[in-house]
Design a binder for this molecule. Structure first.
Ligand code: IPE
Ligand code: IPE
Ligand code: MG
Length: 254
């Protein structure tokens, strides 16, 4: 993996190229105010906007947001419907601004489960922003890390069955190439808001060497200061990728 690039702005020595976030705590944010969970989700959209702006401002190249997990279907039908509706409306409303700001949109997850018009809108948003280069915004919807790996295995098996490759050719690289976002740098920094310290079936494979950062802040309260705090924590870490600290120091000085 390539080392992080020099930041375009700011003074941090080590800036993550790719930040991946589990945006958790919308429901609790609302409940604490005696509001319906729906309002927490709506408030969460504002935090998404702030975070995209923070990435544009600091020079982070890829932002991956977990918006809806393959397990979130287990929620009450009204909440699921509401989330779909919010997703559709937000996408419609934000696409022009995102495009103007040079954001390339990508969606990962099994989209076949979504209403037709949402699938079309996602496809259209990807098409419209495909050539943008400032920031890649990956939205994980109906995504699960296990699903991602199972899909990759299924595609490889199909190629073996078709005689296009041998089972012996399957290794880490060939499997990785079948995963979603394999063409993007791996996540350098993972952030989870809401106080829980778990991965909840987010990017399982891709997080192998990602620096993990947890905050008790609920997602609707996540702001620029909180984002900067996470970047500062990342900047202070030594990434060894299996080597010794001395080796890392030596290659840094070289
Ligand atoms: C995260 O907030 C948003 C989604 C999972 C869609 P939650 O809705 O999980 O909020 P909490 O965890 O119940 O507070
Ligand atoms: C993870 O949050 C999924 C998203 C943020 C989309 P959850 O709230 O669904 O996670 P669990 O159930 O607490 O692990
Ligand atoms: Mg939650």
């Amino acid at each position: 993996m390539e080392p992080p690039r020099t930041p375009r702005r700011g003074t941090r020595q080590q800036l993550p190229r790719h930040v991946a976030i589990i945006m958790d705590g919308n429901g609790r944010w609302a409940r604490r105010r005696g509001l319906p969970r729906a309002l927490g989700h709506r408030e969460g959209v504002k935090a998404v906007r702030r975070t995209v702006e923070a990435c544009l401002d600091t020079g982070v190249e890829v932002l991956t947001l977990f918006a809806f997990s393959s397990e979130n279907w287990r929620r009450p039908a009204t909440e699921v419907g509401l989330l779909m509706d919010l997703f559709l409306r937000t996408l419609r409303k934000e696409i022009t601004r995102l495009h103007r700001n040079g954001v390339r949109l990508r969606f990962i997850g099994d989209r076949r489960a979504f209403p037709q018009r949402l699938q079309e809108l996602m496809q259209e948003a990807e098409r419209q922003t495909a050539d943008n280069e400032r920031l890649t915004l990956v939205v994980a919807v109906n995504y699960g890390g296990r699903w991602d790996m199972a899909e990759a295995a299924r595609r490889l098996a199909a190629r073996v069955a078709a005689g296009e490759m041998a089972a012996d050719d399957i290794d880490v690289e060939t499997l990785q190439r079948e995963l979603s976002i394999h063409d993007l740098p791996e996540p350098d920094l993972f952030i989870r808001t809401g106080g829980e310290q778990r991965i909840s079936n987010f990017l399982l494979w891709q997080l192998a060497y990602t620096e993990l950062y947890f905050t008790d802040l609920l997602w609707p309260d996540f702001d620029r200061a909180a984002f900067d705090e996470a970047l500062d924590s990342f900047a202070g870490r030594q990434r060894r990728f299996g080597r010794t600290g001395e080796q890392v120091e030596q290659s840094r000085r070289a």
